[in-house]
Design a protein around this ligand. Sequence first.
Ligand SMILES: [Zn+2]
Length: 497
Amino acid sequence: MRIAIAGFQHETNTFAPMGATFEDFLKHDAWPGLTRGTEVVDAFAGLNLPIAGFTQAARAAGHELMPALWASAEPSSYVTRDAFERVMSMICEDFASGPPVDAVYLDLHGAMVAEGFDDGEGEILRRVRQVVGAGIPVVASLDLHANVTPEMVEHADAIAIFRTYPHVDMAHTGARAHRLLQTILDRGPPAKAYRQVPYLTPLSAQSTREEPNRSIYRQIESLDAPDLSVDYACGFPPSDIRDCGASVVAYGSSAERVEAAADGVLARLIEAEPEFVNALLSPREAVRNAMESDAGPVVIADVQDNPGAGATSDTTGLLEALVEGGARGAVLALLQDPEVAEEAHHRGVGGKMSVSLGGKLGTPGVRPWQGRLRVAALGDGRFTCTGEMYRGTRTELGPMALLQVGDPSCDVSVVVGSERFQCLDQAVFRHVGIEPAEQRIVVVKSTVHFRADFDPIAERTLLSVAPGAHPCILRNLDYRKLRAGVRLEPCGPEHRA
Ligand SMILES: [Zn+2]
């Protein structure tokens, strides 16, 4: 069979200050920049990405692949109309001009919001469906943070969703999407079921390594059968659209069975609502708590400044708390400030500088940190990730530096970078000569993904809320488009339209 494939990924935090332009999709960050044609298969081979898992499985099954393109940008606010239209016209033109295909696979995120299209993936699937026609199976894989809409379910024949957060199963989900597609090619389109969960869960409470998600996902996996596939997306709450939030999808040969399976998982999610824990400390509390520990390292997650959820990665609340608290043996990563990174390279190792660091990207409540810093090490931003989630991924993050705070009453260093990159891999620290396991306090700008690589070395893990553009306390958010009746947190107040 001949299968057309494409990937177009963005996770949109509509509460964040800056959006994603076409140039952002061209840029190589952790993943390759916009890649076209047959290069798509080679550029992603072996990486933990859905498209890599799908292409490997499809080739092993003997299918011929017709790749259009793959593009992603670092999470941020709205995708510009220009970027959306340019990428979509490339995909649709390639699909329309190539030889006829038997099926389509799309590697999508599920929480894209573009200017003019609140439901980015619903629009992508609608356009692809329009190009290939009604009779051709279209299957998509989605991120666990997808805000799945009725339109996505309508336009796709089947959807497979990550089942882990940290996302260690991205490639595996691509392979599951291939299995779904193969079943459709063999037996025809499946029956579908779709349910929306009536409450939002902040990312800081979604880890699948903790309860209740750990056992909920185990239950979902146990439902897998040759003619049944059930998935649950936790949703991406900082996205002000009608269909924001968690959902359940099910596909299989029997309508009765998929409806019953979706109802079963929804019932479990409603029963589990009080079990979601969102234990967040203030920066001061987190630092004080970490300093009480003799062993190390204590890992503190700066959960609201996670660039992987659209935040600026340049907030200074945790850095301030470390310095004011007189922390010793503490290091923070990754704080984005290209000007300071450049100046550090200009001064060289051992150089001293007075800086206004971070706080420049417009996050409310955030000021630059002012003080003296000493350049302890430099890096060019090119390294290979070693953790379970990004293993083998080659980054291109521009000039980086390890800067030591000059104040002798503390021993605090900060890893400064030129690009936003979620600190989910120990390689970020090693790139500038720091061995994380040997520190007393390690602060990461990440919400949950860091757990895959940092839990094995963490003596304890604390979640801290400093001001940042990735809100983890949802009840105060000013939603305008969210459907009425949804609870803004597990067991929280209902949203009124
Ligand atoms: Zn995700």
